[in-house]
Unconditional design. Structure first.
Length: 365
């Protein structure tokens, strides 16, 4: 396929691997902060082909996985109410809550619908003004512009039956939280190309300077990742700590200023809970006061939530890169894509799902 096969060329991949082997003179630990990148690294076996000592740490780059359990339990409580249509992207339906998931609720008769855009939810609300339509708005900065536009469009239509259950999270605060941890092993980051296509990379410059870590904005194809790793290793070897852009075909420093403007119009920065990680200050988005009427948390009072994580699931350690899926005793035994204990085994961007799809097994030694 033109413009895609070029980034999967095995000969060019081998050249980049050879250059990496000649460049790396010592062990280095690099974290990718994108679940899509994790899946490419694992599916293509890139993490196993890297020079000895160059290790990829899989970070909290799956927006479905970091959505807090309380938000999911709240969504299910709202979905169970008469007269409510809860809409969501498909990968949220099987993420386990404390007692059940959205797919099971739908099987019991609740009106839970898969949509492909928040605008689909607005159209449902316009067509069914007799029902309350809620869109489960999760994701990093990438999905925030579309969710903001859905609110503006609903306001333009005068809809009073449309709301968002917002659980947006922001990448830079998660990176700084990881770097501030006393157990942090990360020496460089591969930044998510799609997030930077929206936000640019200016937010990463103070992180690189303060923590003295290279940050390389990277795409999602095998050659993108190999080149991103190579750029990071070159910086580490030379003692530099800058922001570099591998993903030049899609990203520039200032990002998409129109998308940023609509985010700033509809949302405000707030503290946000991350599943398995905890609450991080200034790490999420919430609706601005002038759009509070579209806030599902305000519209639906939900009391008595007592989120309880499955004790066998080590999602928190996996999301921070402290552990691998193969370290989990439940992996591929009690936790599978058909019967997941935690979100990382459900989402198409989850690390556990990536390992399972690639056939990675636990060591028997």
């Amino acid at each position: 396929m033109k413009y895609l096969d070029e980034y999967r060329d095995p000969a060019l991949a081998q050249q980049l691997l050879d250059e990496l082997r000649h460049t790396a003179t010592r062990p280095w630990r690099i974290m990718e902060v994108c679940g899509g990148q994790t899946h490419t690294l694992v599916r293509q076996g890139i993490d196993d082909l890297l020079p000895p000592g160059v290790r990829m740490i899989h970070g909290p780059g799956c927006p479905v996985c970091v959505t807090p359990l309380e938000t999911l339990d709240r969504a299910m409580s709202i979905a169970a109410r008469p007269g409510v249509i809860l809409t969501s992207f498909g990968d949220m339906l099987r993420v386990p809550g404390t007692d059940t998931d959205l797919l099971a609720l739908r099987a019991r008769g609740c009106d839970v619908r898969v949509v492909y855009s928040p605008m689909d939810a607005v159209r449902i609300a316009e067509a069914r003004r007799d029902r309350d339509v809620v869109f489960l708005a999760v994701g990093f900065e990438t999905t925030a512009p579309a969710n903001a536009l859905s609110v503006l469009h609903a306001a333009h239509l005068g809809l009073t039956n449309f709301s968002l259950l917002v659980s947006h999270v922001l990448v830079p605060p998660a990176m700084t939280a990881l770097l501030d941890s006393p157990d942090c092993e990360v020496e460089a980051f591969l930044a998510a190309g799609h997030v930077c296509a929206v936000m640019g990379w200016r937010e990463y410059e103070p992180i690189a300077a303060h923590y003295r870590v290279p940050v390389v904005v990277t795409g999602f194809e095998p050659l993108d990742l190999l080149e991103g790793i190579l750029l990071a290793v070159r910086q580490l070897e030379s003692g530099r700590h800058e922001v570099e852009n591998q993903y030049v075909r899609a990203v520039h420093r200032t990002g998409n200023t129109e998308a940023q403007s609509v985010i700033d119009q509809v949302f405000r920065v707030t503290e946000r809970a991350w599943r398995g990680i905890g609450t991080l200050p200034a790490s999420g988005l919430e609706l601005a006061p002038e759009y509070a009427g579209f806030d599902a948390v305000r519209r639906f009072e939900v009391e008595g939530l007592r989120p309880v994580e499955d004790p066998e699931c080590i999602a928190g350690a996996i999301l921070t890169g402290a552990r691998l899926p193969t370290d989990c005793t439940a992996y591929r035994v009690r936790c599978t894509p058909r019967s997941p204990l935690g979100a990382p085994m459900v989402s198409t961007e989850g690390t556990c799902a990536a390992f399972h799809a690639a056939g990675r097994t636990r060591s028997t030694s």
